[in-house]
Design a binder for this molecule. Structure first.
Ligand SMILES: [Cu+2]
Length: 596
């Protein structure tokens, strides 16, 4: 879909913001306005010791008071890490914003030592005490808005909160509640207290703000970081002694005035960066890493993009390599539901919608050569490759496009990377076993659909609707939940796409199992928290994904959102809420009572 037809966040109070230019863009979704803004970048990357010093672990960079980020072509440096001890992790994060000098804002998390977007490393069973301070400048009038951070209405780009994407946390304030929790600029530090479930699958998760109407702005500004739940080597011994890299792919605004000229590669709708090292159009100069010849490494990749799909592969000497896929969306494959599941699945490509994670083993050849991590072209639907993308087309009319780009250049050496620290299994971690979803009793089936419609202001309204109800853009002030579910149940939701571009279904608090694609039953063992729903072609049946949704975890009681994880669409209204009521208090499918 053309980026000029962006959705509206109608329920968000217009322009009570710290940045009128940004407010204009967010409120009207005007590409002309958006084109007046811009982007930038920062640091990080990791080959890390599995047994590093206790809290906090520094990456060795001096504190930096600003949101400075590395240059194109830079070597990916280590992401700072925060790890606890004795079952606790204490962390302090401050989010700040800063202009990149070209009209866009960066949003940057800092720990107490000034490192940006540190990785939180936790163990199943840990308690995390995370203090979040909002250091974003605000307009003077903003400070007088509601002060209860657990019961906020009216959101702005200067507000913040945190979503812990993929973790099995209750949807409660001070935990993983995102519908009412807001930390305003200048508020006292807001404390999150997270009990990492003993049954949390060990793998890669992430944190990011979830302020409705401003998700895209915040994510494109770089507000995201990784969470690693330790212990994957207990389930996948193949990775136990491998050097590990955490790679975070983010996207950014395209700069104004970068037209697609003759001979230029296809212009993407967003720039990408890896650990904040930018890969800028049109040169696409990638960041750099070094591997030891013949080495095997464990790569943990997060697609923290607002809007960009990834289709990853690794090449050496121009040839795609076999990757050993170990986990998706934080869940090791071995914890899936098929008896045929292997610990490691060989593949040459990894498809990742926004919000997805993939963890895989990369093997470097013995010969002297070079390699690269690439994201290949992704077809996003009918408007992809629209005629308006022809050379010379104004930047205001560019379609959503994810063309092929190198992300990281890999240099092989005889010895440099051989000093990389090795992973060591952590003996105190038990191996969690989630309740299997392959053959439980299904209590209820529902049909939902993604759709779009022209908005009165010339933008686009985005909807996700339970079949039989009228499409409505998400209203953050509405109290009534869209769907009510009883805790203890397993449901199957068929998510249909009635629009001509892709959407990415994501639900908070739980993982799901894909049981049918376009109503054809499939056996797919992977537990996911984000999944792509293909674009409708304009004729024939609507594509769909049928997902087995597990509401059996007692800590899931409460109200939480499901939405498209393409942040443009989320901000434009493509979100709904599900209320999970305790087993003894079921209200039926659509409650009339206010949600909590
Ligand atoms: Cu979408």
């Amino acid at each position: 879909m053309n980026s000029s037809r962006r959705g509206r966040a109608r329920a968000v109070p217009p322009c009570a913001l710290h940045s009128p230019g940004v407010c204009c863009c967010l409120w009207r979704r005007s590409r002309l306005c958006l084109a007046a803004l811009l982007t930038l970048h920062a640091l990080a990357y990791s080959i890390r010791p599995a047994q590093a010093a206790e809290l906090p672990v520094s990456a060795g960079k001096p504190p930096d008071g600003g949101c400075t980020r590395p240059a194109s072509g830079a070597e990916l440096s280590a992401i700072a890490e925060l790890r606890g001890g004795n079952g606790e992790l204490h962390a302090d994060l401050t989010i700040r914003s800063a202009s990149d000098g070209q009209g866009h804002l960066r949003y940057c998390y800092f720990d107490t030592e000034g490192h940006q977007a540190p990785t939180l490393r936790v163990r199943p069973g840990d308690i995390v005490y995370l203090k979040l301070h909002n250091g974003i400048p605000a307009a003077a009038t903003h400070a007088s808005l509601l002060r209860d951070p657990c019961a906020s209405v009216g959101m702005s780009a200067a507000d913040t909160n945190l979503h812990f994407h993929g973790l099995m946390l209750p949807p409660l304030c001070h935990q993983d509640e995102t519908l009412r929790t807001l930390v305003h600029p200048g508020d006292p530090p807001f404390e999150y207290r997270l009990h990492i479930s003993p049954d949390q699958p060990p793998g890669l998760y992430w944190y990011h703000p979830h302020v409705h109407g401003f998700s895209e702005e915040h994510l494109l500004g770089g507000a995201s970081g990784a969470i690693v739940v330790e212990g994957i080597e207990r389930l996948v011994p193949e990775v136990a002694q491998l050097p590990e890299r955490v790679l975070i792919v983010r996207d950014e605004w395209m700069p104004a005035g970068s037209p697609e000229g003759p001979g230029s590669p296809p212009r993407p709708s967003k720039q990408l960066s890896v650990n904040y090292v930018p890969v800028r159009y049109p040169a696409y100069m990638p960041g750099r890493i070094e591997m030891r010849r013949g080495a095997r490494e464990f790569w943990r990749v997060l697609n923290a993009s607002a809007d960009t799909y990834l289709f990853l592969y690794v090449e050496f000497a121009g040839k795609r390599q076999l990757l050993g896929l170990v986990a998706r969306d934080g869940v090791p494959l071995v914890m899936g539901n098929s008896p045929a599941t292997k610990r490691v699945r060989e593949t040459t490509t990894v498809f990742m919608p926004p919000g997805a994670r993939a963890e895989f083993i990369v093997t470097a050849p013995d010969a002297t050569t070079t390699g690269r991590l690439v994201t290949g072209y992704v077809n996003r639907g009918a408007d992809d490759d629209s005629p308006v993308s022809r050379p010379g087309a104004p930047a205001t009319q560019l379609p959503d496009r994810d063309p092929t780009r190198s992300l990281v250049a890999i240099t092989l050496s005889a010895g440099a990377a051989s000093a990389a620290p090795q992973r060591v299994a952590t003996s105190v971690i038990h191996a969690p076993r989630p309740a299997p979803l392959a053959s439980p009793r299904v209590n209820r089936s529902r049909a939902l659909y993604f759709s779009e419609a022209p908005a009165a202001d010339g933008g686009t309204d985005f909807f996700v609707t339970e079949d039989g109800h009228a499409p409505q853009v998400f209203d953050p002030n509405r109290q009534q939940a869209d769907i009510t579910v009883r805790q203890g149940n397993v449901e199957e939701w068929t998510i249909e796409n009635r629009s001509r571009e892709v959407h990415t279904f994501h639900v908070h608090q739980l993982h799901f199992l894909v049981v049918a694609r376009s109503l054809q039953r499939v056996t797919e063992p992977d537990l996911l928290d984000t999944v792509d729903v293909a674009a409708w072609r304009g004729f024939g049946p609507y594509p769909s994904m049928t997902l087995r949704m597990d509401f059996r975890n007692p800590s899931i009681v409460g109200t939480f959102p499901f939405h498209c994880h393409i942040a443009q669409h989320l901000d434009g209204g493509m979100m709904g809420t599900v209320r999970v009521v305790p087993m003894a208090h079921s209200q039926g499918s659509r409650t009339k009572k206010p949600s909590s």
